[in-house]
Design a protein around this ligand. Structure first.
Ligand code: SAM
Length: 248
């Protein structure tokens, strides 16, 4: 078991702490959590409310529908989480937000290599802008669609990080050889039976020729990426292009 000081730690600020660990409590992440390879704390933002109704939100300045999470309550929740025992002194402070920079595997790898993260989950129409700057929150999106709250987005981010932590995946290699690790989508996978509804496994995969298998997988990964993710392919194709003297 890793020591408490070095363990990867996710502190989640949410109005619904009971949603955690949720899916993070089962399978790979759940086993790793139970065996102390990482730690999770879900803190209730409402505990930082100061009025007798424990209110955390108010109407948007300037009018409009919905409610907005108050800057003072959220800032107090962040400060209380930072002051709690066993928290890393410096760690990324993330805000799950559809306005954020889209989460990528390379950002996940950076986060997994660090001490963990403090993750704020928005609700309602979002949070007061001032707390984002006042507490240096990095806005992170998990895709171009709107969820009703940041919790599921936070779980996706945590799951992506946790599986990369040392000792979590059965084979360390499995993180290095999958979609996005080389800027490509993964090649197709097959297993038994040898034939399924008239569709055989591509012959080359059972040939025993490792070099040919590797070349086939590379070509398939490139073709898939080109067809499905031209955005990724453009970047990859630039990297593959031999450098000329005019490239600088
Ligand atoms: N009014 C906001 C907007 O239009 O950008 C959407 C607020 S959404 C209903 C409530 C919360 O869900 C957000 O504050 C954020 O924490 C979370 N959320 C929604 N979609 C998300 C996404 N794609 N990625 C990350 N978090 C998201």
């Amino acid at each position: 078991m890793a020591s408490q000081a070095t363990i990867w730690r996710a502190t989640v600020l949410t109005l619904f702490p009971d949603m955690f660990p949720g899916p993070l409590g089962v399978s790979l992440a759940g086993k790793a959590l139970a065996s102390g390879l990482w730690a999770l704390e879900a803190r209730d933002i409402r505990d930082s409310a100061t009025d007798r109704h424990r209110s955390v939100d108010d109407t948007p300045a300037g009018g409009g529908p919905g409610m907005v999470l108050r800057a003072d309550v959220l800032a107090a929740a962040i400060d209380a989480a930072d002051a709690a025992r066993d928290q890393p002194k410096v760690r990324p402070r993330l805000l799950m937000s559809p306005r954020g920079r889209p989460l990528t595997q390379s950002r996940v790898m950076e986060l997994a290599a660090g001490p963990g993260a403090l993750i704020v989950c928005g609700r309602f129409e979002g949070i007061d802008e001032r707390v984002i700057t006042a507490r240096g929150l990095e806005e992170v999106s998990i895709g171009d669609y709107v969820l009703s709250g940041g919790e599921i987005a936070a779980m996706a981010l945590i799951d992506a990080c946790v599986r990369l932590l040392p000792g979590v995946m059965g084979k360390q290699a499995s993180g290095a050889d999958e979609s996005f690790s080389e800027g490509l989508l993964e090649y197709p996978q097959y297993t038994r039976p040898q034939e399924f509804e008239g569709r055989p496994i591509p012959e080359i995969l059972t040939s025993g020729d490792h070099a040919k298998v590797a070349a086939w997988r590379q070509a398939e990964a490139e073709a898939l990426t080109k067809a499905r993710r031209p955005d990724l392919w453009t970047i990859k194709a630039k990297q593959k292009r031999p450098k000329t003297t005019t490239d600088g």
